[in-house]
Design a binder for this molecule. Structure first.
Ligand code: BG6
Length: 296
């Protein structure tokens, strides 16, 4: 195991600004239970690791780390739209900009909470006025809260949000996903054909790209290689995506190594079409996700 704890004391909390990959500013957060790295770019958590455990999050060795580019891995914050949109960047523009750190606070139980705000983005000019902030709480587990407020005096905000989490696993063929039995999904590999999940648990032997709808439930990822269960709990989220690009798509993605599909699984929580949100002027939408682990 890569021991990022070796030189750190096991008591107290600390937060420091560091220069991350590509020279981008990154916050390193230490708590007695864990360490986390959060880039201002995209408000993207790229690393979370509990003491004595493997890292929770996967980041591609081929990822770009540059203004205007998406980081391939960790937890991309997706808004105001999810997926492809003609002439526009995939998965919205929030992950392409450096967010602003607005708050650092210690919470009871040796947790650290950071709040980042989406800056003014040129792409937002075509949208009703809105403000977005992302709170990241680091402790024995990792919690995220993405809030979007419609600050427009008159226009309704049609919004999709997603915390597009890339989990690190010991080996995809030894992974099982539970919590989606009997849930309806749109199969992105068959032109979004509507289907219903029959497998339980779900196992992986080929490309999977499914948008589960109308599901508020938690999902668990059992990773037999690393003897770990990852629990993904969510609030105010009706959509879950499960994605692994497998071999051919890995080869097509320039910012992803050909064999990295073996070491990751995306389980993404949010509100994506057809669970897109309609946020009235003055109203706010908040998505919460909590990630925890236990031995398998
Ligand atoms: C997933 C989609 O959410 O994101 C996949 O379901 C897509 O279809 C993947 O390939 C990665 O998207 P991007 O834009 O980060 O390459």
């Amino acid at each position: 195991m890569n021991d990022t704890f070796a030189s750190y004391p096991s008591a107290g909390t600390s937060v420091s600004f560091q220069t991350g990959q590509g020279g981008l500013p990154m916050l390193a957060v230490w708590t007695p239970a864990s360490v986390a790295h959060i880039y201002l770019h995209g408000a993207q958590v790229t690393h979370f690791q509990r003491r004595g455990e493997q890292p929770l999050l996967f980041v591609s060795a081929q990822s770009q780390f540059a203004e205007g580019k998406a980081i391939r891995g960790g937890i991309p914050v997706i808004l105001p739209w999810f997926g492809a949109r003609e002439g526009k960047p995939s998965h919205g523009f929030a992950r392409l900009h450096a967010w602003q750190l607005s708050e650092i606070r210690t919470l009871p139980g040796d947790q650290v909470r950071l709040v980042l705000r989406l800056p003014e983005c040129p792409e937002a000019a075509e949208w009703p006025q809105f403000e977005a902030q992302c709170a990241v709480t680091v402790g024995d587990r990792l919690a995220m809260e993405l809030s979007v407020s419609n600050t427009d005096p008159a226009r309704t905000l049609d919004l999709q949000t997603c915390l597009h989490t890339y989990f690190a696993v010991g080996g995809i063929t030894q992974v099982e996903v539970r919590g989606l039995k009997d849930v309806g999904y749109l199969d992105a590999l068959e032109n979004l054909a509507p289907k219903t999940q029959t497998e339980d648990p779900m196992r992986f032997a080929e490309e999977v790209d499914r948008l589960y709808v109308n599901t508020p439930h938690a999902v668990e990822i059992t990773d037999h290689a690393w003897h770990r269960v990852i629990r993904v709990e969510k609030e105010q989220s009706l959509s879950t995506v499960v994605w692994n690009p497998w071999i051919a798509k890995s080869q097509r993605m320039p910012d992803f190594s050909d064999d990295e599909y073996l070491r990751m699984i995306c389980v993404e929580s949010g509100n994506m079409s057809p669970n897109a949100l309609t946020v009235a002027p003055g109203a706010q939408a908040t998505l919460r996700v909590r990630l925890s682990t236990r031995p398998a």
